[in-house]
Design a protein around this ligand. Structure first.
Ligand SMILES: *[C@@H]1O[C@H](CO)[C@@H](O)[C@H](O)[C@H]1NC(C)=O
Ligand SMILES: *[C@@H]1O[C@H](CO)[C@@H](O)[C@H](O)[C@H]1NC(C)=O
Ligand SMILES: *[C@@H]1O[C@H](CO)[C@@H](O)[C@H](O)[C@H]1NC(C)=O
Ligand SMILES: *[C@@H]1O[C@H](CO)[C@@H](O)[C@H](O)[C@H]1NC(C)=O
Ligand SMILES: *[C@@H]1O[C@H](CO)[C@@H](O)[C@H](O)[C@H]1NC(C)=O
Ligand SMILES: *[C@@H]1O[C@H](CO)[C@@H](O)[C@H](O)[C@H]1NC(C)=O
Ligand SMILES: *[C@@H]1O[C@H](CO)[C@@H](O)[C@H](O)[C@H]1NC(C)=O
Ligand SMILES: *[C@@H]1O[C@H](CO)[C@@H](O)[C@H](O)[C@H]1NC(C)=O
Ligand SMILES: *[C@@H]1O[C@H](CO)[C@@H](O)[C@H](O)[C@H]1NC(C)=O
Ligand SMILES: *[C@@H]1O[C@H](CO)[C@@H](O)[C@H](O)[C@H]1NC(C)=O
Ligand SMILES: *[C@@H]1O[C@H](CO)[C@@H](O)[C@H](O)[C@H]1NC(C)=O
Ligand SMILES: *[C@@H]1O[C@H](CO)[C@@H](O)[C@H](O)[C@H]1NC(C)=O
Length: 616
């Protein structure tokens, strides 16, 4: 990285930064309870002029499969300005589906605008206590920023079809002399009837039509059965063609402080007792999670011994292993190492203008197959579902939705568990340090296997579920603790196989996910008191491959950011940053690829294409 041009240093503005990556570096910035700082007035521009235009921020994703269709109904459901909302219950509104509307698919469209200075905020949206979206906000400028979040919420159809439910939105904000900006939110639900001819357009309504409808007709692939369209696919489900569940039961809090559970430490478990209908033939639990406070950058937290021995003024410790665990009657039935979503004030806030980090506007949720446990659940009794975070420090926001599929033809289905094997995670930790320099390694692996049969009107089907989770984290401090290098890789492989009792294969699905992360930062003391110069590079990505006997898809979403900032206390006095992102999605029907660059707050290159090269 070339030395920063001097002229920029004359230039004063303040931008939120995270103190996480300077925790070990002298001089220490003052550590406050917030992990983020606010941009007071301006944001960066390449030509050193202050930005003067209302700007759109983005999370790069692909268009939704039914973006090319005309919605049969559009329902503005919620609109609110979030001022001083800290400590208040969520904002609520009554929800009923649009009257006289035929629909099969639904998407949500959240539009947010704000101006002035503000911390980034976590937010979520619940329908009847079931979470539909976890999101976070961009940090604004004086003239303002705005952004849109679109999400396929078809999987929540059973709730979306009910009348008189409560829709709740939580976004804790503080407006005062320093933090001036108010978050203005509008939420609209779009209902599509994918079977109706009238809903079909030529894609002209949406500039980013993913697969023009004429391309979504039957596609033949060698060795595969014909695939009609991607429309009926549930993006999140392990079984790619799964229909939405018939019943969704939230595993969530009482709503006074949002429906999420706040988890403070590794022994904090939140429970909920649930009795499921006796005609349930399939069950999946979907986990939503975000990490905050001293665990916002958990993957970069050194062990407590390093912090104690060096007398560091930080609580961001406890090592870098965290795992969200789902328990059923106190037995672990699933685990998630979450994708490390970085909020817009994180690492170097200049990276996230105007392209935010992967997942920042639509945090991923995680599905855990529970069908093999129906043998335990179908005894007509209340069972205890638990959520916890291994090794957590304060605080995590976690909740879940239990998706249940019910047999229309039977009052009761029979089920029995065949195999249950969740060995405890095998963790190896290695710490070496002398004063501020050292290295810390953690490796973990967990292989789980469950199976069970369910005899329903579809026959006696046996479900086998297998998951292998691998986790590797290394944190190194060099140069008297002024250089910090964090490397982490998470690998997840999941297989779901369903067989009839005669041994015929009904379905077989495999999902492989990988999310590597590398952060390098170098902090140099400035000549003036409480100033320092910080150079940071970040590379992270999310790779996902899914396949079953009829369909396969792959996603590669990667970001590389680099930059520097000159900081006094908590204010960035100057800086420069670039972010490059490549997003490539492919399946048997089509392909979507986007390459974007941003430099110093401006979009430099933005190309989208439906033509992808054959190699990924
Ligand atoms: C928010 O609360 C602060 C005091 O905590 C008060 O000064 C300010 O006026 C309030 N802002 C709004 C918009 O209500
Ligand atoms: C409902 O839709 C049908 C068919 O489009 C129409 O004939 C009827 O008038 C509608 N009813 C209401 C109450 O809008
Ligand atoms: C919300 O909707 C209102 C009314 O249509 C509109 O004036 C306002 O600009 C919208 N705000 C955002 C953030 O989309
Ligand atoms: C936000 O923008 C509006 C209109 O553009 C302006 O009136 C208001 O003062 C701005 N607020 C802040 C905090 O800058
Ligand atoms: C929903 O509320 C309305 C108005 O109170 C009522 O007329 C209607 O019957 C309710 N619907 C259901 C399904 O309870
Ligand atoms: C819908 O499409 C089918 C076949 O493409 C056609 O036979 C039918 O007439 C169409 N219906 C309407 C209302 O356009
Ligand atoms: C694809 O769609 C056509 C017409 O809608 C239907 O006849 C055919 O059975 C479908 N094929 C599959 C594999 O679902
Ligand atoms: C963990 O957090 C819970 C909930 O805040 C608290 O009751 C408990 O005392 C904490 N346990 C430890 C060991 O700190
Ligand atoms: C399996 O379920 C079917 C109903 O779908 C029922 O007829 C059959 O008796 C069940 N098998 C046994 C062994 O209970
Ligand atoms: C269902 O199939 C499993 C394995 O094939 C078998 O052990 C079980 O007895 C069957 N259950 C019923 C009700 O037939
Ligand atoms: C694959 O396609 C066949 C024929 O359409 C269907 O019966 C089967 O259920 C599909 N498999 C999966 C896993 O969706
Ligand atoms: C923009 O992206 C396209 C496609 O990746 C590439 O061909 C082009 O060189 C890029 N332009 C710049 C200025 O980086």
């Amino acid at each position: 990285m070339p030395p920063p041009p001097l002229i920029l240093l004359l230039f004063t503005f303040s931008i939120p930064i995270s103190s996480s990556f300077v925790a070990a570096a002298p001089p220490q910035p003052p550590l406050r309870h917030q992990s983020h700082f606010t941009k007071r007035n301006y944001h960066l521009k390449n030509d050193n002029k202050l930005s003067d235009s209302y700007q759109q921020y983005f999370e790069i994703t692909r268009p939704l499969p039914f973006d090319t269709l005309i919605p049969s109904c559009t329902l503005p459901v919620f609109s609110n300005n979030f001022y001083n909302t800290t400590g208040l219950p969520p904002s609520t509104v009554d929800y009923s589906p649009p009257a006289n509307c035929t629909w099969s698919h639904v998407s949500l469209h959240l539009s947010v605008a704000s101006n002035g200075s503000q911390y980034d905020r976590i937010a979520a949206l619940w329908l009847d206590g079931a979470e539909l979206l976890r999101t976070s906000t961009a940090e604004s400028t004086a003239v303002g920023v705005f952004w849109n979040v679109r999400k396929d919420i078809t999987r929540y159809s059973s709730l979306l079809r009910q009348e008189n439910l409560t829709l709740s939105v939580m976004l804790e904000n503080v407006v005062n002399d320093v933090s001036t900006s108010v978050y203005r939110l509008n939420l609209t639900f779009l209902y599509y009837d994918t079977d109706s001819n009238e809903s079909r357009s030529n894609g002209v309504n949406f500039p980013l039509s993913l697969f023009p409808l004429n391309k979504i007709s039957t596609v033949m692939k060698r060795g595969k059965k014909p695939v009609n369209s991607t429309l009926n696919r549930d993006e999140n489900s392990l079984n790619l063609y799964e229909k939405p569940a018939n019943l969704i039961i939230p595993v969530s809090g009482n709503g006074d402080e949002g429906f999420w559970f706040r988890i403070e430490n590794g022994s904090d478990v939140k429970y909920m007792g649930i009795q499921i209908p006796s005609n349930t033939y399939k069950a999946v639990i979907e986990v939503y999670v975000s990490f905050h406070g001293n665990d916002e950058f958990w993957y970069s937290n050194p062990p407590d011994s390093y912090i104690d021995m060096n007398n560091l003024n930080t609580k961001r410790g406890h090592g870098a292993y965290r795992e969200v665990l789902v328990t059923l009657d106190d037995n672990v039935v699933g685990s998630v190492i979450p994708f490390p979503v970085i909020f817009t004030g994180g690492i170097n806030p200049l990276f996230w203008e105007p392209i935010v980090s992967i997942g920042a506007f639509d945090l991923p949720s995680y599905d855990i197959e529970l069908t093999p446990f129906l043998g335990m659940l179908l005894d007509g009794k209340v069972h205890s579902f638990g959520l916890k975070v291994a090794d957590a420090i304060s605080f995590w926001l976690v909740d879940a939705n239990l998706h249940l599929w019910l047999d229309d033809n039977l009052k009761e289905v029979q089920a029995m568990a065949i195999k249950y094997s969740v060995p405890s995670i095998n963790l190896e930790r290695e710490s070496k340090f002398h004063q501020l320099d050292g290295s810390f390694e953690i490796e973990g692996k967990r292989e789980s296997e469950f199976s069970g049969w369910v005899n329903s009107s579809m026959g006696n089907l046996t479900t086998y579920f297998y998951q292998k989770l691998k986790f590797e984290n290394t944190i190194k401090f060099n140069k008297d603790g002024t250089e910090k290098v964090v490397k982490q890789t998470v690998n997840v492989k999941r297989k779901l196989r369903v067989e009839s009792n005669t041994g015929t294969l009904i379905s077989s699905t495999t999902v492989k996910r990988k999310y590597p992360l590398k952060i390098t930062s170098l902090t140099l003391a400035g000549s003036a008191k409480n100033t320092y110069l910080m150079f940071t590079n970040l590379e992270h990505s999310l790779t996902e491959k899914k396949s079953d006997e009829n369909f396969s898809s792959s996603l590669v979403n990667s970001q590389q950011s680099g930059g520097w900032m000159f900081v006094r206390d908590h204010d960035v006095l100057s800086g420069a940053a670039t972010t490059h992102q490549r997003y490539t999605y492919k399946d048997d029907v089509g392909c979507y690829s986007k390459t974007v660059s941003a430099a110093n707050g401006e979009l430099r290159n933005d190309t989208a294409s439906l033509l992808c090269s054959s190699s990924l």
